[in-house]
Design a protein around this ligand. Structure first.
Ligand code: 475
Length: 831
């Protein structure tokens, strides 16, 4: 092997050539898995492969750590209760630039590479949009070479595994760590203690100053597990640091010595409960003590870890905000504001004013949802029982803040009530969004409309107080995972047509625009979509046992199941089509396959009923020979990152049909569009910006605007005013028991809810939606027109790369310059 110019010689163990890789793979199988081919399972091979790849990351990881330590770089700390990473292996191979070589190497060893990739249990440590956004962001941070750490919780059980039994969702525990996790490295030497509960008391310090001491009721130990996060084709490997909760040795010893073995065991069990399981509620809070304990646990551990880093780099704590920019991913980590104050004031004896100045310069807050039921408020008594000292600190922050409000808005008593960190209307609550706003120097929404609604609605009073804190940062997604990895056929075509600079600079896709008018290119474009559909159809056949026709239009809605996302609007339209076909067997409709996927929160009964309805309609429609050559309905179980990677490349129509003003941004909408699907959507979240980018003529728009929704509600919305004969037929068909073997009550909660309340205006938008779907069918039949529109969607999706989003956060909020990493060889870092 010849050394590359300016690059140090890579030794055998870290070499990326095919032969060196094969040797490393076999070494790992032998020495790490302790297996030889005759005994090895597919999982052993996967583990050996993963370890061989991980070895190749370590050199980058060490080089990165060395560069950051040497430079004392300003660092972004992304605080998030969720990181929905998806499988690492394929992504790391893409980012290392060795996907093709490794695939060949594995094939030459007589193994099936795809089977090995499928062995990986995805780390599903998130619910949906918010958690997946965190994963895209740390990918872009590494690609842009920005020093950063992702801080979160290493849940032993991630988002539940969804099974569909008799049409109903069943939840199974996600035992993702069962076979071990080759991507993480335990760092026990950096464990920290986190205290909880108990009470506070006053005391006098050695200078006779009155101080406050927190006497905790319990202590847990946070143990960090690090996962390297590679940049695309550079030498950067940043860190995702997730905390596991364990019992402190010393604690069970004291109980043990008192002879209380049971008590010692209970303490251990309780401690480990903290990081046991992810709360499966998406955009709905439950107000459970354990959830607050989880939030505080990872936030405290992370801030302590950052202070350790400052000590190692010999930086004084007074410069905390210069070393670190902390982004709060929604209010889940907002307790960090009070915790940093506690650490600085109580533990490091800084004056309150100085500590507050540091705190406000450290934090920034991103809001992800406008739904009132998702705004975190903790009952005061519960809060006090978990974090007594923090409650005092919050009272002090509030008192000083309200003094400021009093002066700014003289005599405006009601404003004080609205702005207070404590909700005093009835039962008292701590308002976490208010704590986040007061303790942050910037506040942002995740799409233009959402950021406007924050300013003029949910956070209006804060906007009036500090307009300069507010900005918009429209979400994005990483093109590495969502195009290069998941859509290899498209990636090849793009490579031939425009090169592969788009993977790092998605704006380059604009070079495709002229090719929309090239008939030969359009033909290739169609062939790729068709091949992706054929592959997906085989997957559906295997998972659902349903044969779907790759010639039909693949119409897809995949996302968490929620009333505001209106999966029921979609299925009502499917029923309407079914009704049309049964009423007129020769009706000329465009054959379609409706694909649904998504999890419902386990306690969200209406969402689960929507899943049941979709499956019930699927059962009838797919079996009915009068229609099943033209209509098919599929509910894909267990929609997650892995399944997303299969579905986006095969989709032709992307359903983004939330009630306007409810979907903060959406990110699935972007994944579809960049993979060439057209959108049918409302004027909501980032749909608006997608339509703006791709052009109104390449987007199927329907429904009320956010403003019209608000007006309609203000006037007193009555769903029955929007009843049409067709909608009447649809509701009657459901209520007749047609989809429920004669059970006329099964779906009553759903249909009655729509008829008498319909909080998300399904009826109000139904006609507009049906009409728009006719336009979709018409466009689809004009094959060239559709292909042109599809190409233009991809060509104009550059804005929706998370690289663009992260550049904006970097420029406006974090001010953390990139630090390119020079690859060190083992010799450079010899002890
Ligand atoms: C928005 N999750 C999407 C996405 O910005 C947006 C809330 C409470 C508890 C647990 N999870 C949540 C969310 O609020 C969430 O996922 N919000 C989503 O954030 C990224 O694209 O529109 O709904």
């Amino acid at each position: 092997m010849k050394p590359v110019e300016n690059e140090p010689y890579e030794d055998e163990r870290t070499a990326l050539t095919k032969e060196a890789f094969k040797r490393a793979f076999l070494d790992n199988l032998f020495y790490v898995q302790g297996k030889f081919p005759a005994l090895a399972t597919q999982n052993d091979y996967y583990q050996a492969l993963a370890c061989a790849v991980r070895d190749r990351l370590l050199q980058r990881w060490i080089s990165t750590a060395a560069a950051y330590t040497k430079q004392g770089s300003r660092t972004v700390a992304y605080f998030s209760a969720e990181f929905l990473m998806g499988p690492h292996l394929g992504n790391n191979l893409i980012n290392l630039g060795i996907y093709a070589q490794v695939r060949e190497a594995i094939a030459e060893l007589g193994l099936d590479f795809d089977t090995l990739l499928r062995q990986e249990e995805e780390p599903g440590l998130g619910n949906g949009g918010l958690g997946r956004l965190a994963a895209c962001f740390i990918d872009s941070l590494a690609t842009l070479e920005i020093p950063s750490l992702g801080y979160g919780i290493r849940y032993e059980f991630g988002i539940f595994h969804q099974e569909i039994v008799d049409g109903w969702q069943m939840e199974r525990t996600d035992k993702w760590l069962r076979f071990g996790n080759p991507w993480e490295i335990l760092r026990p030497e950096w464990a920290v203690e986190v205290r909880l509960g108990g009470h506070t008391e006053q005391y006098r310090d050695e200078h006779e100053r009155l101080r406050i001491r927190w006497v905790p009721g319990k202590v847990v130990v946070g143990v960090p597990y690090d996962t390297p996060i590679l940049g695309y084709r550079n030498n950067t490997a940043n860190t995702l640091r997730l905390w596991k909760a364990e019992a402190p040795e010393s604690f069970d010893f004291s109980t043990f010595n008192r002879g209380d073995y049971g008590g010692a065991v209970r303490q251990k069990v309780w401690s480990e409960t903290l990081s046991k399981v992810l709360y499966p509620n998406d955009e709905q809070i439950q107000g459970k003590t354990l959830r607050l304990e989880q939030q505080y646990f990872f936030v405290s551990a992370s801030l302590q870890d950052m202070m350790r880093i400052m000590r190692v780099q010999k930086l004084p704590l007074e410069r905390f905000h210069e070393k670190f920019a902390v982004q709060l991913n929604d209010t889940h980590p907002a307790i960090a504001v009070a915790e940093l104050m506690r650490l600085l004031v109580d533990e490091h004896v800084l004056p309150w004013e100085q500590a507050w100045d540091i705190t406000c310069k450290t934090f920034s807050y991103t809001n992800h949802t406008l739904l009132p039921e998702a705004l975190e408020c903790w009952p005061l008594e519960l809060f006090k029982s978990v974090l007594p000292r923090h409650l005092d600190i919050i009272y002090e922050i509030n008192a000083r803040f309200l003094d400021e409000v009093r002066i700014r808005f003289y005599g405006d008593e009601s404003r004080l009530v609205r702005l207070s960190l404590i909700d005093e209307n009835g039962e008292r609550y701590v308002r976490m969004a208010h704590l986040a706003c007061v303790g942050s120097h910037t506040i942002n929404g995740v799409a233009e409309l959402h950021s406007e609604l924050l300013k003029h609605d949910v956070l209006k009073d804060f906007y009036e107080m500090w307009p300069h804190k507010f900005s918009n940062k429209t979400n994005g997604v990483t093109p590495r995972r969502w195009m290069a990895l998941s859509n290899p056929r498209l990636t090849n075509l793009l490579g031939d047509a425009i090169g592969d600079a788009w993977i790092k600079n998605l704006d380059e896709l604009i070079e495709l625009e002229p090719l929309a008018d090239d008939a030969a290119f359009r033909q290739r474009w169609r062939e790729i979509k068709h091949a992706n559909k054929v592959e997906f159809a085989a997957f559906v056949k295997e998972r659902n046992g349903i044969a779907i026709d790759p010639q039909s239009l693949f119409d897809v809605q995949v996302k968490r199941i929620h009333e505001y996302k209106r999966q029921h609007l979609n299925i009502l339209h499917v029923i309407a089509l079914y009704h049309r076909l049964r009423s007129d067997p020769n009706a000329d409709i465009q054959p379609r396959t409706f694909i649904f996927g998504g999890k419902a929160a386990p306690a969200y009964h209406l969402a689960k009923l929507i899943i049941k309805l979709i499956n019930s309609v699927a059962d009838v429609v797919n079996r009915d020979p009068a229609v099943n050559d033209r209509l098919k309905v599929v509910f894909l179980p267990n929609f997650n990152v892995t399944n997303g990677q299969r579905v986006y490349p095969a989709a032709e129509l992307s359903e983004q049909i939330s009630t306007a003003g409810k979907e903060a941004s959406g990110t699935g909408n972007m994944k579809f569009s960049m993979n060439g699907a057209l959108t049918i959507g409302t004027m909501d979240g980032a749909n608006i910006e997608i339509r703006q980018e791709v052009g109104a003529e390449n987007f199927f728009l329907f429904g009320l605007t956010a403003e019209q929704v608000a007006q309609t509600k203000a006037r007193g919305y009555r769903p029955l005013d929007h009843m049409t004969p067709e909608l009447q037929e649809v509701i009657s068909l459901i209520n007749s028991g047609f989809f429920s073997r004669g059970d006329t009550e099964l779906f009553r909660a759903l249909t009655d809810g729509l008829l008498w309340h319909d909080p998300y205006l399904v009826f109000a938008d139904f006609e507009s939606y049906s009409e728009c779907q006719l336009q979709v069918s018409k466009a689809y039949r004009d094959v060239d027109r559709w292909t042109r529109m599809s190409i233009l969607n991809t060509a104009r999706s550059g804005k929706f790369s998370s690289d663009r989003t992260i550049r904006e956060y970097g420029a406006d909020i974090w001010r953390a310059p990139s630090v390119p990493v020079r690859l060190l060889s083992q010799q450079d870092v010899k002890v």
